[in-house]
Design a protein around this ligand. Structure first.
Ligand SMILES: [Zn+2]
Length: 216
């Protein structure tokens, strides 16, 4: 199966404890304690715009990629799409872990991005191991027949699904499928078609995750 994972199987390790969340998100709160949860080389950009380096042996390139990811995540949280997801998740009763930054790390060959967190605080990281996030999003777009922008929205929605408390791939894909269906119901024209397609992708990935044993 050629499914490109959005995360490595970090869920098996203790950096994804199953904890109920109680705090609000959004760029970013200031606490760097999550750094001890970084198992791989990574750099992230904190609330003050400073780069925080953890175990990275590619500091310069990681920092460059981290700045790009920080911009992407900040843009998303301010966008209509990001706000719509945030409002939807809140309306479903979810609270968010505190994002303390966004950046880049070595996540393994087939991974696009991940949320690394301790149940309370976390960071969103893009993958960089020689191939950049934009290229990976383009590959993801090709795999599912999506436009680049729609694929980027998918990936970010997925990561914020984790931020909203979904720790398994199947439960997260199920949640964002429902979100995309909701968006399809309240939008029109090309936007509606986009969300219908994204819901189909999420449904397919939910099924694949269940088949792969990532059930909740
Ligand atoms: Zn995921």
């Amino acid at each position: 199966m050629s499914q490109m994972s959005l995360e490595r199987r970090l869920h098996d390790s203790d950096i994804f404890p199953h904890v109920k969340y109680s705090s609000l998100p959004q760029p970013y709160s200031s606490d760097s304690s999550v750094i001890k949860y970084l198992p791989m080389g990574a750099v992230y950009i904190n609330e003050q715009g400073k780069s925080v380096v953890a175990n990275s042996d590619r500091r310069a390139v990681h920092e460059y990629q981290a700045r790009q990811m920080d911009d992407i995540v900040r843009d998303y949280t301010r966008s209509k799409e990001g706000r719509a997801f945030h409002d939807y998740a809140r309306s479903c009763g979810h609270t968010f872990i505190q994002l303390i930054g966004a950046g880049t790390g070595d996540l393994g060959e087939h991974t696009v991005a991940a949320v690394i967190h301790d149940g309370k605080k976390g960071i969103i990281v893009s993958n960089y191991d020689g191939k950049d996030f934009r290229t990976r999003v383009s590959e993801f777009a090709s795999q599912y027949g999506l436009k680049h922008e729609a694929a980027l929205e998918y990936v970010l929605t997925h990561e914020f699904g984790h931020v909203a408390g979904y720790n398994t791939e199947s439960s997260n894909e199920g949640f964002i499928k429902d979100y995309f269906l909701h968006r399809a119901a309240v939008t029109h024209g090309g936007e509606r078609e986009k969300y219908k397609t994204l819901a189909e992708v999420a449904g397919q990935r939910e099924q694949e995750a269940q088949n792969a044993g990532y059930t909740n």
